[in-house]
Design a binder for this molecule. Structure first.
Ligand SMILES: NC(=O)c1ccc[n+]([C@@H]2O[C@H](COP(=O)([O-])OP(=O)(O)OC[C@H]3O[C@@H](n4cnc5c(N)ncnc54)[C@H](O)[C@@H]3O)[C@@H](O)[C@H]2O)c1
Length: 250
């Protein structure tokens, strides 16, 4: 018996990094995965990794920034597997820029992916999660717990996601479902590998967010997703779990 036998997990950001790693990890522990991402190529790769390992996954290419899409995604997951036990909101984007250079388009897009989508997916998923006694895991960031220079939109979106996690946790505290977030620090994924730094950036201001212990692997964050989403974490509710090599310690 594995921790996710008979469980259904909807995971966004499934085409890459922490999302893919979470799909692989939960599938390896018996979950049926409904993997969602805007990147169909990466999603197909995740699908073959899981299927080759004997796991179960259904993939859906979707852009989660629109509320209607979020409801369609949840409906599709429930239609595919008959229920929903875990919603993992992993999809996210970051753009570096001086605050005065953040475009309106980037401000709105970053909030739409990192904050609006987790909220609308939660709205759609909560009735199903109440039925199954399931849970939500949001991937926030250490940038949601501290101010960081040159990522004002990202920090704002992740801080809001942290407090959205707590707000939902308290609202549903009597209803048996669990809502938590993980706050990773620097993790080696395509997100960190493709960052473009603005020419006017002061790297001295960035040093303290890099930390003294280097980067984490996506598999470490996925292991925490698996723990928090499992019944072993039945008392973990409203928690913001840092995995950041000590950055938030001071
Ligand atoms: N990598 C880090 O250092 C780090 C640190 C803290 C938090 N995080 C968070 O972890 C999460 C996963 O990031 P990652 O590092 O694995 O990055 P990643 O770029 O490897 O994966 C993010 C995935 O989200 C998908 N995505 C983006 N916009 C989407 C949309 N509109 N609709 C559907 N899918 C969309 C991308 O296609 C991609 O597959 C993000 O929320 C990120 O903010 C990452």
């Amino acid at each position: 018996m594995t921790r996710f036998d008979g469980k259904v997990a909807l995971i966004t950001g499934a085409a890459s990094g922490i999302g893919r790693s979470s799909c692989v990890r939960l599938a390896s522990e018996g979950a049926s995965i409904f993997g969602v991402d805007i990147n169909s190529e990466g999603l197909a790769e995740t699908e073959s990794i899981i299927k080759e390992a004997g796991g179960t996954i259904q993939a859906l290419t979707a852009d989660v920034i629109a509320r209607a899409n979020c409801f369609e995604v949840v409906d599709a997951a429930v239609a595919a597997f008959g229920k929903l036990d875990v919603l993992a909101n992993v999809a996210g984007i970051v753009r570096f820029a001086s605050a005065t250079n953040v475009t309106e388009e980037d401000w709105r897009l970053i909030h739409a992916v990192n904050l609006d989508a987790p909220f609308f997916l939660s709205q759609a998923a909560i009735p199903h999660l109440i039925e199954s006694g399931g849970n939500i895991v949001n991937i926030a960031s250490n940038a949601g717990l501290m101010g960081q220079a040159f990522t004002s939109a990202y920090c704002s979106s992740k801080a809001a996601l942290v407090n959205l996690t707590r707000a939902l946790a308290i609202e549903y505290v009597k209803q048996g479902i669990r809502i938590n977030a993980i706050a990773p620090g620097g993790t080696t994924t395509s997100l960190t590998q493709s960052i473009e730094f603005p020419a006017d950036m002061d790297f001295e201001l960035m040093q303290r967010y890099v930390g003294l212990r280097g980067m984490s692997d996506a598999s470490e964050i996925a292991a925490a997703v698996a723990y928090i989403a499992s019944d072993e974490a039945k008392s973990v509710h409203g928690s913001i779990f840092s995995i950041d090599n000590g950055i938030m310690a001071g």
